[in-house]
Ligand binder design. Structure first.
Ligand code: BGC
Length: 446
């Protein structure tokens, strides 16, 4: 490593997240799970989900809506039992940036519009709909979800306190789709968890269901099956026990953003795809101004907030050439001339930020696993999905390495991590089918 990158890394020393620090973070995470469940506050919301583990035999045709970012999708999913799922069709839409701060109705109308296109193309007149709403919401029933403050840059006027299922139902009515009925609302983390369980149990009825669902994409969050407390949506992106590994860049980012406001989503702001590029951009701008390294401050990718895409981190990490030729090509396309030394420095900074994110994820896993099974006596399964997990080279290896450090090899080996790519729509369909079974049994569980 060059002298420059070594010093740059030294600046991020707090981002190293040594094992004892991670152990303390995991302990705090575990304590806050208990606190949240007991209704004693804390930063983990521990929201109820009103679903239960699937049998693997669920069947049916379900219309799905997946809204969790700048894009939303509608689709049609077929469950054939035996753990099998088929996405019959899917259509996406992109919301204009300005819509994120306006009234919610136009957003729901756009979503209903895509549902209409899917329904017409597939000749679906009446069907249950599963709505994946990947923002904080307090469920009161499987088909009633009261919006809490949004994340990932959204702040729709007057949304907080309203039932998003009812709002989607109203929009479907306005679009002439009244026979497509919202049957379930779920978080994307819950969809990942449930899909993994459905697949595992579908091929082996005695298989263990998944214990945890993680999404690591634009945002991040965990769901977990907490036994008697049911399957909960932790909203772990809001976890606040991260002070020990914050750099000055994280502190400034948290303070300067208005959405989510300072103090909210602190874990997410250090871990998820919406933020990693921005942390690196801030580090580069600061180092450029203070040290003369990375003299790129006038280029828009360094000067403009959120201009440094997190996907660049993955591309930079992927370049294994001695002179970092692809990093060079990337920087040139962004209007930046760089030296080989600077490119290595940039790569080291990006790697440190991604490694810290992976280690924080491992600490959150550990806190949750210990809550469920304090000595980790049993085998456990974590279902994961999301663009950062799938896209950053070697991310899973970084999380695994941290788990081995924290738990020892033997216990870490009892934790299976299953990557359930594109789990949202498929998982949501299973949740709707489970809800239908629950309804016909005339009961509901937490
Ligand atoms: C949201 C969660 C969601 C996660 C991943 C977070 O910003 O608050 O509800 O599960 O992003 O999409």
């Amino acid at each position: 490593m060059t002298a420059m990158s070594a010093s740059a890394e030294a600046l991020l020393a707090r981002a190293v997240a040594a094992a004892p620090t991670l152990q303390a973070i995991a302990k705090d995470f575990q304590a806050q799970i208990a606190q949240g469940l007991a209704g004693e506050g804390g930063s983990l919301k521990m929201l109820r989900t009103f679903t239960r583990q699937p049998s693997g035999r669920e069947r049916g045709r379900v219309v799905v809506v997946d809204w969790g970012g700048t894009k939303a999708r509608a689709g049609l999913v077929e469950l054939a039992g035996g753990g099998s799922v088929r996405i019959v069709t899917e259509e996406a839409l992109t919301f204009p940036e300005a819509m994120k701060r306006e009234a919610p109705e136009p957003v729901f109308d756009l979503i209903a519009g895509v549902v209409g296109r899917v329904a017409r193309a597939e000749r679906v007149d009446a069907a249950p709909l599963a709505f994946v709403y990947s923002y904080p919401a307090r469920l009161e029933r499987i088909d009633r979800a009261v919006a809490l403050a949004s994340t990932k840059g959204w702040r729709l006027q007057g949304l907080v306190g309203r039932d998003v299922a009812a709002m989607l139902t109203a929009a479907l009515g306005r679009a002439g789709l009244a026979r497509i009925a919202v049957a379930a609302v779920a978080n994307d983390t819950v969809a990942a968890l449930i899909l993994q369980s459905y697949r595992a149990r579908g091929s082996d009825a005695a298989a263990r269901p998944a214990d945890i669902g993680l999404i690591l994409g634009t945002g991040t969050n965990l769901a977990a099956d907490l036994g008697p407390a049911g399957i909960r949506n932790l909203e772990s992106g809001n976890f606040d026990g991260v002070g020990a590994v914050e750099t000055p860049y994280d502190v400034a980012l948290d303070r300067e953003l208005d959405e989510p406001p300072p103090g909210a989503q602190r874990f997410e702001k250090m871990v998820s795809g919406h933020y990693l590029g921005e942390i690196l951009r801030r580090a580069l701008a600061d180092l450029g101004a203070r040290t003369g390294w990375f003299p790129w401050g006038s280029t828009s990718v360094i000067a403009a907030p959120f201009a440094f895409d997190s996907a660049y981190l993955s591309r930079i990490a992927d370049d294994r050439t001695a002179a970092l030729d692809d990093v060079d090509a990337l920087l040139r396309s962004l209007g930046i001339e760089s030296t080989r030394q600077e490119r290595h420095g940039l790569r080291a900074l990006g790697a440190a930020i991604a490694r810290r994110a992976a280690r924080l994820v491992a600490a959150a896993f550990l806190g949750t696993l210990r809550f469920v099974d304090p000595r980790l006596d049993d085998r456990r399964t974590i279902a994961v999905d999301g663009s950062l997990w799938g896209g950053y080279p070697g991310f899973e290896g970084l999380v695994r390495a941290a788990l081995v450090e924290l738990l020892g090899r033997e216990r870490a080996d009892r934790v299976e991590i299953a990557f359930v790519k594109d789990s949202t729509s498929a998982g949501a369909a299973v949740i709707a089918a489970v809800a239908a079974a629950q309804r016909s049994e005339g009961c509901s569980s937490a």
